[in-house]
Design a protein. Structure first.
Length: 167
């Protein structure tokens, strides 16, 4: 197998594994909660997106990791982490729901942009060094939880009450 195929397989398995976890364990716990209570654990998870700063740490990644990719991924992630924390702080207010939308749109765009930048730069999986686990294990979880957040945000509070009464 080529390195690119191994990398792609790892990313695909990351998506499959996290989709199973989300289907069996995460969504059943969130679907019956209020919007704020359902968003809270997802936002806490995204507060850890500071991990993306690893793309800027010499020795963690290869010195020939394309700097355009590294900067965009790292700073996009830290902005997402800050937005997640700001959303958590204001979640019970109308501002919190607006921030949840802003965070979810930004965070989703940031992940899609990182994939685009990596592809455009011709990134080789070996250039990721120790940060290889980020796109293979963490990014799939982040994408799936963004999907769950969109589902929570789009579902009305009334619809959530109906879902809670129909397990």
């Amino acid at each position: 197998m080529t390195v690119q195929l191994l990398f792609g397989t790892s990313v695909a398995f990351g998506f499959i594994a996290w989709a199973v976890v989300a289907t069996l364990y995460i969504w059943p716990q969130l679907r019956t909660r209020s919007r704020s209570d359902a968003l809270r654990p997802l936002l806490v998870l995204h507060a850890f997106r500071f991990i993306g700063l690893a793309f800027l740490v010499p020795g963690v990644v290869s010195p020939d990791l394309p700097i355009t990719f590294a900067r965009d991924a790292a700073y996009g992630d830290i902005v997402a982490a800050i937005l997640a924390l700001a959303t958590l702080a204001t979640l019970r207010s109308g501002v919190g729901i607006a921030l949840a939308w802003a965070f979810n749109l930004w965070g989703s765009f940031d992940l899609l942009n990182a994939f685009y930048q990596a592809n455009a730069a011709g990134l080789s999986p070996g250039q990721l060094g120790a940060a290889y686990f980020i796109p293979t294990a963490i990014v799939p979880l982040l994408f799936i939880t963004h999907g769950l957040m969109f589902r929570v945000l789009l579902q009305s509070q009334r619809g959530r009450a109906v879902a809670a009464s129909n397990p």
